[in-house]
Design a protein around this ligand. Structure first.
Ligand SMILES: [Fe+2]
Length: 138
């Protein structure tokens, strides 16, 4: 189960709201994994991948602009983590046939990857820029 937790909150509204939205998209994946009402989930999986990719690209851009504006020292390593995440999602999108023929496996793998990555990234990597951002906020 992927749900918003108090420990994810930074007190920076823009980021908190975008992280909430990401967790929401992730929990949509969870619901899809547990949905047994249909035989074919290809369209839903692809739509979810697109939504996730679009939203993360937007969020990463906003987040990077915020920490770059305060000359955050960990910027490069942080951006690299973002890049790898987008690359992984793009990897899925280049194998649409593979998604189609292994729908349940793809969904499960995707859910595990996204849930683990999101939580770890928020509580560890993102949290590191919080003191600096809060200190420089007016
Ligand atoms: Fe981040």
């Amino acid at each position: 189960m992927l749900a918003w937790k108090k420990e994810f909150e930074f007190g920076i509204d823009v980021i908190d709201n975008q992280h909430k939205k990401l967790i929401e998209i992730g929990s949509g994946l969870f619901e899809l994994v547990n949905d047994d009402t249909k035989d074919d989930y290809y369209d839903e999986i692809v739509a979810m991948l697109r939504e996730l990719e679009d939203y993360t690209v937007t969020h990463f851009k906003d987040e990077e602009a915020l920490f770059d504006a305060v000359d955050y020292m960990g910027s490069m390593a942080h951006k690299f983590e973002h890049k790898l995440f987008v690359k992984k999602l793009e990897g899925y999108m280049t194998d649409l046939e593979g998604i189609d023929s292994n729908q349940k496996e793809t969904l499960l793998e995707l859910l595990n990857f996204v849930a683990d990555w999101l939580v770890l990234h928020i509580v560890k990597t993102d949290r590191e820029y919080v003191p600096l951002l809060l200190a420089t906020q007016n």
